[in-house]
Design a binder for this molecule. Structure first.
Ligand SMILES: Cc1cc2nc3c(=O)[nH]c(=O)nc-3n(C[C@H](O)[C@H](O)[C@H](O)COP(=O)(O)OP(=O)(O)OC[C@H]3O[C@@H](n4cnc5c(N)ncnc54)[C@H](O)[C@@H]3O)c2cc1C
Length: 563
């Protein structure tokens, strides 16, 4: 089977001096398989990314190499960025330089047309890429040892590039329409759309009604994807629901750009399957077993010395109490919770029908009942209303109704490292409780383990917060093949608590101030070769912790609560 220039040699996709050309593979007299350079580039790019990430998921040594820092970024991200830049440059080159538009090159004579069309196909390709990490339970991400929440930044960056390319497409076509004297062709729902194209710039109007349709879809999409995401910290639901504009945008693009499905189809299929799986998950029955409204007074000091009382008096405004709601529930999804650090997305219809929020499971995958601990973010917030619901739960005639999607998240196995330090800041303790409980339960079951030592370092603003998790963190140390140590730090306290007795927390002594991560990591493992540090908490604390872990040559991973 030889390559031909096209079926019967008449369909030419590239200029005669093109660098990249379509390979035509004649299957039979009437069937020719065409390997378009842009499509080949797209799938080779993707396959390489999946291959490398799957290899790093399989071989810890390779993963360690990729997580080494090269300047400000990890080697893996640096390679990914370089590989993407090479792919993008080749893709743009093909459409801007090599491609013969519409077979006869009628558009190639007009530089504005070529530039506008290059932006258009680049936008479509970027849409295909950005849809891939958009599915919460993507099998591709799972195979690569990654997860939706850790790949969401890729979705965001590709989204920015997509909008930039789309705006380029629109602005350049606006200039082209102006050049031809039909500036108003850019308007949405434009029944008078003209855009002469046979020949280009001649008198025959285009009958391509998908252009005014696309203009009608583009402007609201720009608001939904370009503006609303900036307000997601203030109004998450506006951001979340306006993102469903994609349900209109993607089909519109598939209609408008006939070759779009080459790039967009895999992402659309993944997303659709994911939505169906999530819907089925959300329909599973959930039984709320207990709702516990917990409260801890804010710290001024944790001793009762005179000096401490004086400090208390000097404080003008008392800091608000810290509130956390513990929800214990039984659900079928527990069987799918294969790893600590996983999270669920929950909805309480008695609070709001349309709000779904992510929370880490604080229970271990081996616990029979699942738990989440939700920090109250303020009176009117979802978490504040959840706390109120917990206070009123015993008076509700039909109890509390809860819907759960998930679990989501990547896999972590503490037993593959010799020394593990879990670092938590405030409510960032929830995935750490899960990890610690799971490691201890597995240790007691005498599963094969490399683990020699496990330490939890937890920093909180008030000492009472530590007691909220006393039940979950009371570890049965007898029979464990490795020691477990819990170090508590109260960042807002002026004095450390005594070792035990009155003033000490249920979980043990509390040190005033912040921990010195550098000292802790060096003490835990002077060689640093086998130390794993996992951190979850405020960004500044996690950054400080990462810096110290890197300088102690420890492996570092962070679990973020910010999407
Ligand atoms: C993977 C993950 C695990 C988390 N685990 C926990 C946990 O165990 N305990 C805990 O207390 N908090 C956890 N959070 C944070 C929690 O989801 C938010 O604090 C919660 O949604 C706050 O909503 P609110 O309306 O009460 O507060 P607000 O004050 O309105 O929001 C506070 C912050 O949460 C963000 N947020 C609001 N709604 C959502 C949403 N639906 N999805 C994502 N972010 C949102 C907002 O952008 C804002 O930055 C986790 C977040 C993520 C992403």
């Amino acid at each position: 089977m030889g390559a031909t220039a096209g079926i019967n040699g008449t369909m030419i996709s590239e200029k005669p001096d093109a660098w990249m050309v379509t390979l035509n593979w004649r299957w039979s007299d009437s069937v020719v398989v065409k390997f378009f350079p842009d499509t080949v580039l797209f799938y080779v790019f993707l396959e390489m990314v999946v291959l490398v990430t799957a290899l790093q998921a399989e071989f810890p040594g390779f993963a360690k190499l990729l997580s080494r820092k090269v300047g400000p970024a990890k080697l893996g991200y640096f390679l990914l960025g370089t590989w993407f830049a090479v792919f993008l440059a080749l893709f743009v080159w093909y459409w801007a330089v090599d491609h013969l538009y519409h077979g006869d090159g009628k558009y190639n004579k007009h530089p504005l047309e070529v530039a506008a069309r290059t932006c258009g196909v680049t936008a479509v390709m970027l849409l295909g890429l950005l849809l891939l990490p958009a599915s919460k339970s993507s099998p591709v991400l799972r195979a690569a040892g990654s997860s939706w929440e850790s790949a969401v930044w890729i979705h965001i960056m590709l989204g920015v590039l997509f909008l930039t390319a789309t705006c380029g497409h629109v602005v350049l076509f606006l200039a082209r329409f102006a050049e031809m004297g039909y500036l108003s062709d850019i308007l949405p729902f434009n029944a008078a759309f003209f855009y002469p194209q046979n020949p280009v710039g001649g008198k025959t109007p285009s009958n391509n009604w998908t252009v005014p349709m696309m203009s009608a879809v583009f402007w609201p999409s720009l608001v939904c994807f370009g503006i609303f995401p900036w307000f997601r910290r203030r109004n998450y639901e506006l951001f979340r629901y306006s993102h469903y504009m994609s349900v209109i945008l993607v089909p519109a693009i598939l209609w408008h750009a006939t070759n779009a499905w080459y790039f967009v189809l895999p992402g659309v299929l993944l997303w659709t399957v994911d939505r169906v799986v999530r819907l089925c998950g959300a329909c599973e029955g959930v039984q709320v077993q207990e709702m516990e409204p917990l409260e801890a007074a804010a710290a001024t000091t944790i001793t009762t010395t005179e000096e401490a009382q004086e400090t208390k008096k000097k404080q003008k405004k008392p800091a608000p109490a810290e509130r956390v709601t513990n929800v214990a529930f039984a659900w079928p999804g527990q069987a799918r919770t294969h790893s600590p650090s996983m999270f669920v997305v929950v909805n309480f219809p008695q609070i709001s029908l349309n709000e779904w929020h992510p929370f880490s499971l604080s229970s271990s995958p081996l616990d029979s009942t699942a738990t989440i601990h939700v920090k109250d973010m303020g009176e009117e917030s979802f978490s504040g209303r959840l706390h109120k619901l917990a206070l009123a739960a015993s008076n509700l005639p039909h109890g509390v109704v809860m819907n759960v999607q998930g679990p989501y998240g990547s896999r972590v196995n503490l037993h593959e490292s010799q020394e593990v330090v879990l670092v938590a800041g405030g409510i960032g303790i929830t995935p750490m409780v899960s990890a610690l409980r799971c490691a201890v339960q597995q240790g007691l079951r005498a599963k094969q383990s490399k683990l020699r030592r496990l330490r939890l370092v937890w920093v909180a603003r008030s000492p009472g917060v530590f007691d909220m998790f006393a039940k979950e963190l009371s570890i049965q140390a007898a029979g464990l093949p490795f020691p477990v140590e819990i170090s508590l730090f109260c960042s807002a306290c002026s004095f450390s608590s005594p070792e035990d007795g009155p003033g000490a927390g249920i979980l043990g002594p509390i040190t005033a101030g912040r921990p010195n991560f550098q000292q802790i990591f060096e003490k835990e493992n002077p060689g640093g070769a086998q130390l794993l540090v996992l951190a979850c908490g405020p960004a500044a604390m996690v950054a400080e912790c990462e810096k110290a872990a890197r300088s102690a040559s420890a492996d570092f991973e962070d679990w973020s609560f910010v999407l």
